[in-house]
Every structure is written in structure tokens, then in C-alpha cells.
Write a protein of this length. Structure first.
Length: 285
């Protein structure tokens, strides 16, 4: 009994030490930073030598001050699928990140989307009209400003959100600096490429991608990416569609403008974009 108790204490101590080392690695990382425009910065860091969560990780962040001359927007197609870069170019955007979950075979979001006060897609719910985990948080855009909201438990919650544009996704990762991730399914536990939007304590918006499915970047569980955004002092954060969909595009960058390493072509390059049904955009007013 004493041996078991000592072993448990050792395990807890080891886990705490690893978490501390991981947080230090994130906070002390020397991010490669590029100024895109006033109020917009592109940041990148590759954690090598298994230094983050005992793995290699490649993280790219677009950090945006919510200024009067900038605005956030959504773009979505009811059926047609396009790459994230095509959505960005077609909408004369500064940047775009892939959006919420969609019907891979037929196109169209499986989660509620409203554009300019017009509903484009309704939720495709589970058995007994239950919400999927990716229908319990929302990106809300009003007057070009972006915020993140958590489901309040009501049936028509998304239709009452006060925004010109609304996109459901999820799960919610942080709410007012607190961890709220409760899902323990394989979807959350397993490591995949991840796309996240976060808002920090100074109301700056972060488009975040974590690459994966490659020796250069393992991808993260939702618990791991939640820790990263919390360590970086974000206030609210929402998970978007990930995996092969994970793509961050920035106008004027080399090649197609894709700045992360999408995994759909199984190569470590910027060419592996998957066609998606919707994106979140950064634009000039």
C-alpha cells in the first residue's frame, strides 16, 4: 500500500514537472515575428527535439489588434468547396483561417452559420436532437469585431446571438481565462493538426494553427492546445475544424500565401490545402 502511494505521488510530481517545463518552453520561445501591417503580426516557432509535450510541434499565429480600419468576416458556401487561400483571394482579405466542420462529400457546414443576418447552414444534430461537441461554442462578429461565446444550454441559442455573422464550432477551450474543455472522446484525446481562434486579455484576436501528422510536428490533443493558449495569456478560445483542413493563409506571403504546413498531401510543404466549406477572414474596411 505504501509503495502504491509513493508511486502515485511520484507520478503526480513527474506530471507537474513536465507541465512546468512545457509552459516554460512556450513562454520562453523565441518566436520568429513578421509585421504584416499596422496592428497585424505573423508569428512562428518550431519546437524541435521533443521539447513540447515530449514531441516536435510547429505553431503559427496571426495576432491582430481589433482596430477601426480592420474587420473580421465570415465566408461560406452552401455546397461548393474551395481552399482557404481561394476564399481569401476571392474576398480580398488580408488573412484567412479555415472555419468550422463541414460535409466532406457534399459540401456545406454541418454547424450553424449566419452571414450578414442570413442563415446559410443549420446544425445537423445527433440522435435525439443532441448537439455535437462542435456546436457548443460560437464565433460572433458584430460591426467587424470578433468575440467568442459559449453555449448556454438553450435550444435556439445561436439564433439569439447578437452578431451580423455567427459560426458555431467547438469545443470551447477557454472561457474568461478558465479551462472549460470537458470532452474526453478520441476526437479530443488524439493528436491532430489543430486550428484555433483566441481572444487575449487586450482584445487582440489570434488565428492559430498547429501542424501535425509529420515527424516535424506531431499535432496536439485539445487538452494540449488549451494549455498553450492559456500559457500565452489568452482569455477565450474556440476549436475549429482541424486535421487536413488546418490552414492559415496570409496575403502577400510567398507561394500561395499559406504560412503553415497543411497535411492533406502528406508532405512537409505549403501545398497540401484541403478544400473546405467556410473560413474566418481578416479584411480592411
Amino acid at each position: 500500500m505504501r509503495i502504491s502511494a509513493c508511486f502515485i505521488l511520484f507520478q503526480l510530481f513527474s506530471a507537474g514537472l513536465c507541465a512546468q517545463q512545457d509552459s516554460i518552453a512556450v513562454v520562453n520561445a523565441k518566436w520568429e515575428t513578421k509585421r504584416i501591417a499596422r496592428g497585424i503580426s505573423l508569428k512562428h516557432y518550431g519546437f524541435t527535439g521533443n521539447t513540447l509535450f515530449n514531441s516536435n510541434q510547429n505553431i503559427t499565429i496571426l495576432e491582430v489588434k481589433q482596430k477601426r480600419k480592420l474587420e473580421f468576416d465570415l465566408a461560406a458556401e452552401a455546397r461548393l468547396k474551395k481552399t482557404t487561400s481561394e476564399f481569401g483571394v476571392d474576398n480580398n482579405a488580408i488573412a484567412a483561417i479555415n472555419g468550422t466542420f463541414f460535409d466532406v462529400a457534399n459540401g456545406g457546414s454541418v454547424d450553424f452559420i449566419k452571414l450578414n443576418d442570413r442563415i446559410i447552414n443549420e446544425n445537423r444534430t445527433l440522435a435525439a436532437n443532441a448537439r455535437a461537441i462542435h456546436q457548443k461554442a460560437a464565433i460572433v462578429i458584430k460591426g467587424g469585431k470578433l468575440s467568442i461565446s459559449q453555449w448556454d444550454g438553450s435550444g435556439d441559442w445561436e439564433k439569439l446571438l447578437k452578431g451580423d455573422d455567427v459560426m458555431l464550432s467547438g469545443p470551447m477551450l477557454l472561457d474568461d481565462f478558465a479551462d472549460v474543455l470537458a470532452d474526453t472522446s478520441a476526437f479530443s484525446r488524439n493528436r491532430h493538426p489543430r486550428s484555433v481562434i483566441a481572444v487575449d486579455g487586450r482584445n487582440r484576436v489570434w488565428f492559430i494553427t498547429v501542424d501535425g501528422r509529420h515527424e516535424n510536428s506531431a499535432g496536439m490533443s485539445l487538452s494540449e492546445i488549451s494549455k498553450v493558449v492559456r500559457w500565452m495569456k489568452c482569455k477565450d478560445a474556440i476549436n475549429l475544424d482541424g486535421g487536413g483542413s488546418t490552414t492559415l493563409w496570409v496575403k502577400g506571403q510567398s507561394g500561395s500565401g499559406v504560412v503553415n504546413y497543411p497535411s492533406d498531401n502528406k508532405k512537409w510543404d505549403h501545398e497540401g490545402q484541403r478544400k473546405v466549406a467556410n473560413v474566418v477572414l481578416l479584411k480592411r474596411k
